[in-house]
Design a protein around this ligand. Structure first.
Ligand SMILES: [Fe+2]
Length: 182
């Protein structure tokens, strides 16, 4: 029995039947694809990375309609402090090294190769508690315009703590990565 593809003819001609690949992502899977592509293209980001023991380092790697891509570095001991991302959704991945994410529900190791999705209001604290520097890639859509900090006590696993505390401060976008970010 012939398949539809066989009936249609040379399967190498199929691309003309597929919808055009959008120039910019607009879905979570599209942003994950973008993150994966950037991660694989080390030459596009690795030379840009700087490690700064005195202040968090960040670099806006790319912008597109309604989204921003940030490159962040973390020397051992640096962390974001507990925060959320306002009305932005996001997706992040570790490009190099290892990070730890802490939320009110516990903590997990973040390693290269995995993508983590952030919903609006999702609060976390990211820290490099390893002995090696780390680099991460963060995509925010829409672009990050506020980053309220939370009073999650020490961002400890909150088996007995209530749900994440209400935001206590809100960093302006221009300063959001100065002492935190992620
Ligand atoms: Fe974050």
């Amino acid at each position: 029995m012939n398949s539809d593809i066989q009936i249609a003819g040379d399967w190498l001609d199929i691309p003309h039947l597929l919808p055009p690949v959008p120039a910019h992502p607009s879905t979570v899977s599209g942003f994950a694809h973008l993150a994966r592509a950037i991660a694989a293209d080390r030459a596009s980001w690795e030379p840009l990375v700087e490690y700064d023991a005195t202040s968090r380092w960040y670099h806006r790697l790319r912008t597109g309609p309604g989204y921003e891509v940030w490159l962040l570095s973390w020397v051992p001991g640096q962390g974001s402090e507990a925060h959320d991302h306002g009305r932005s959704s996001g997706l992040f991945t570790v490009l190099h090294g290892r990070l730890t994410e802490r939320t009110a529900h516990g903590q997990r190791a973040l390693r290269p190769g995995a993508h983590h999705v952030i919903a609006p209001g999702y609060a976390h604290d990211i820290v490099n508690d390893s002995l090696e520097p780390a680099v991460s890639l963060h995509i925010y859509f829409p672009g990050l315009t506020e980053m309220p900090f939370h009073a999650v006590p020490g961002a400890q696993p909150a088996t007995t703590a209530p749900a994440l505390a209400a935001p206590v401060t809100a960093a302006p976008a221009a300063a959001m990565f100065g002492g935190a970010g992620g």
